[in-house]
Design a protein around this ligand. Sequence first.
Ligand code: FA5
Length: 348
Amino acid sequence: MATLDELKQQFAKLTSDYANLIATATSEQELRKVFADYGGAQGLVRNLQKHAIKTAAPTEKRNVGQLGNAAIETVEREFSARLSALEEAARRRDLERSVDLTLPGVRRRLGHLHPITLVRRELVAIFAELGFVVAVGPHVETDFNNFAALAMPKDHPARDMQDTFYVEGAPDLVLRTHTSPVQIREMLAHPPPVRIIAPGACYRKDEDPTHSPMFHQIEGLCVDEGVTFADLKGVLLHFVRRYFGETHRIRLRPSFFPFTEPSAEVDISCVFCEGKGCRTCKQSGWIELGGAGMVDPEVFRHVNYDAERYTGFAFGFGLERMAMLRYGIDNIGRFFDGDVRFAAQFQS
Ligand code: FA5
């Protein structure tokens, strides 16, 4: 049986060995191992304590136990202090390695509305002022709505003007080539008067710097008693002035669409040179916006409207074309690149 002094020395030796070991431990794992070896349930300090209590005289057991407890407290306290120091060192190393705190922060890039969305919203708002409400139709259309009811029966040569994507296995379904089928849907669903604006995607086998296989149009249709070509011209002029600026003029050139009679191409005075003549307008001073005309009585027949009583005008413009003119974009492909840096330039 060791005396109390001898025991004190034995505990002091253990705690000093322990202190040396944890001071040189360089990882948490190493530290925990040393702690378990000394301060754990089967560690050297507890084993010494257990052994000393067992062999001590009954009157000494209490003192021996307290000596052991004091040593265990020291071991635990030093463990916690060393663990904190190691964690702090690791945190500092991490910070120094991965983050240079002196560098400026990285700004997160926000999403932006697509320029076509901006143009569409603005046009819808302008036509809303004139009492036009928005109508929509599906992208996959029936042959009837896209062609036949618009006075383009099968084998009609005018179908060749719009190179069409057909739906495989469904000869009567097409990807709509224009927004004009929304006219048919609206007139079949409602009796006159009708005053709608129909923006949406269209599809054609077309691809060059100003044509894309998927593009957008905005369709207008106004049917009532006494609607004239002058109304069409007035509405178009109002729209062009509101959208492109008060100084702009329009020109209606005789043209042909099977579903309008008379038909016109709508030109706007060149937005780049203000009508003086430049490369974009090919020195003509005019740029084409889209087609328009008075609704052909043949169309009214297909939707059961009384062509003797009602007249109407319709128009259809390309939204990409409108955005290109408005923002000075020279290649239609930009709209479909999905590059957020492109979209970010056109926030209104
Ligand atoms: C039509 O699509 C007629 N439905 C327009 C219309 C409506 C006339 C109502 C009369 C009454 P057009 O094929 O010309 O017409 O197309 C109109 C506009 O759509 C064009 O001026 C052009 O701006 C745009 N467009 C046509 N094809 C493409 C394409 N592949 N890519 C981009 N824009 C296109």
